[in-house]
Design a protein around this ligand. Sequence first.
Ligand code: FAD
Ligand code: 2HG
Ligand code: ZN
Length: 462
Amino acid sequence: MLIERLKSIVGSKGWTQDASELEPHLTDWRNAVRGQTPIMLSPASTEEVSKLVRACADAAVAIVPQGGNTGMCAGAIPDASGKQVILNLARMNNIRTVDPLDFSMVVDAGCVLANIQQAARQVDRYFPLSLGAEGSCQIGGNISTNAGGINVIRYGTTRDLVLGLEVVLADGRIWNGIKTLRKDTAGYDLKQLFIGSEGTLGIITAAALRLFPDPGNATTTLIAIKNAGNAVPLLAKLRTSLADRIEAFELMGGNTLALVERHIPDSKIPFEESYPWYVLIEASVEGSPDVLVNALAHCLDKGLLLDAVVAKSKAEAARLWRLRHSIAEAEKREGVALKHDISVPIGRMEEFLARAEKLLREAFPESEQFVFGHVGDGNLHYNVHLQRASGDSEYEQKKARITALVYDLVAEFGGSFSAEHGIGSLKREFLSRYKDDTDLQLMRGMKKTLDPANILNPGKVI
Ligand code: FAD
Ligand code: 2HG
Ligand code: ZN
C-alpha cells in the first residue's frame, strides 16, 4: 500500500525496484557495509520530497537520504532489514540562481559538486569546496557531512560556505531557510542544525552558497620534506611570507604516494629520488611568483625542505593533484585500510605522530601507517594497513585494538576521531565513547525534537 502511494507521488521516472539498478546504492564506496531496500525513490522536486516524507511518516517507515554515495562512513546505506527506503536526490540537480554581485548561488541539493564549481566559474566566481570525489558527490551530501577537502585552510569547511538551506522536516513540512544574508541575528541559526547532521534531522533539498572572487591560476608546488613535523613550521613560514595566500597545504607520506604509483596508471612522483614525506601546496601568487620562490629558498636554507617542483603548466599542476586525489582509490585497490580521519591541534602534530608511531610499532609491528591529509587544518588521514596473517576473529580484534589505540591517543591530545567524514553507521560506537555525556544528551534531545518517530536515517550518528 505505502509502496504504491510512494510510486504515485514520483511517477514512473522516480522510483526503481530493479535489483541491478539498486545494486550500487546498497553498498558504500569502500564496500564496508551492505544493506537492503524495498524501493529507491528519486523525487524531482521539493514538493515531491515533502509528500514522500509525509507518506513514510504516516506508515512509520524509515527513510535513508542518499546523495552521490561517496561518503566514508556508510551513512547513505540502508540497514539489512529490507524495510528502509532510499531517497536519492540525483534528479534534483538544477542550479537555481547564480548572482555574481551578491557572491552567491542557490542550488538543488542533488547538484554534483563539480557542476557547482563550473557554474560559479562561468560568471567569474569561485566555489572553493574541493575534494577527490567532486565529480560524483552532491552538495546535499557535502552539507550533510560538513565535508572538508583541500581548501579549508583558506575558506573553511562546508559549514562556512552555506548561507541558507531548504529542508524537508520529518513530518513533511518544508522549512524555507534559503537566504543569502551575511548577517542575521534574528533568533537561532537553524541551518546550522542540519549541516553535518547526516540526514538524521531533515532532508536538505536546496542550499544558498557563498561564492568568492576567482583566485585565478594558483601555483602548484610539490615539496619534499624530511619529516612530517617540518610541515608545520613550513606552513607557518609560507603563510606569513605569502600574506596567507595558501589555498591548500596537503601532507603525504612517501609510502602513501608509492601506493598511488603502484595502483594508479600514469602516476609518477616527479623527483629523481624518493623522499620520506611530501607536501603539495597551492598558492595564489599570480603576478608575483617570486614571493613564493623566495619563501621556498628561505625554507631550503633553514632545512625545512629538501626539494621542490613548481608546476609549469596547468597540465603539470593537474598531474600533481591527481597524485593527491588518487590516494583513497589506491588504498582501496591495495586492500582494506583501517581509516582514521582524525584532527589534533596543529602545534602538537609532530608530537602526536611520533607517539602514535612508537605505540603502533611496539604493539603491532606487522602494521604499516599510511598518513596523509589536510595538515594545515590539523586533519590527518591516519590509515593503518594490517596484513591478514591471523584468523578472522583475531584479525578483527587486532583491527579494533589498533583503532582504539589511535583514537585514545587523539583524545589525549584533545583532538577529534572524526574530523571531516562524519559518523554514519561505522563510527557510532566511538561517538558514545569519546563524546561528553552532556553533548550526547543535547544531541539526543535535538533528534527527539526534530524527528520524534525516528524515521530519518535511523541507526546513523546517534
Ligand atoms: P552520500 O555519501 O550520499 O551521503 C553522506 C551522508 O549524507 C549520508 O548520511 C546521507 O544520508 C546524507 N545525505 C546525503 N544527501 C543528503 C541530503 N540531501 N539531505 C540530507 N542528508 C543527506 N570528504 C571530505 O570531507 N574531504 C575529502 O577530502 C574527501 N575526499 C574524498 C575522496 C574520495 C575519493 C571519496 C570517495 C570521498 C571523499 N570524501 C571526502 C568523503 C565525503 O564525505 C563525500 O565525498 C561527500 O561529502 C559526500 O557526499 P555524497 O553526495 O556522496 O553523500
Ligand atoms: C581525502 O582526503 C579523503 O583524500 C579520503 O578525505 C581519506 O581515504 C581516506 O582515508
Ligand atoms: Zn580528507
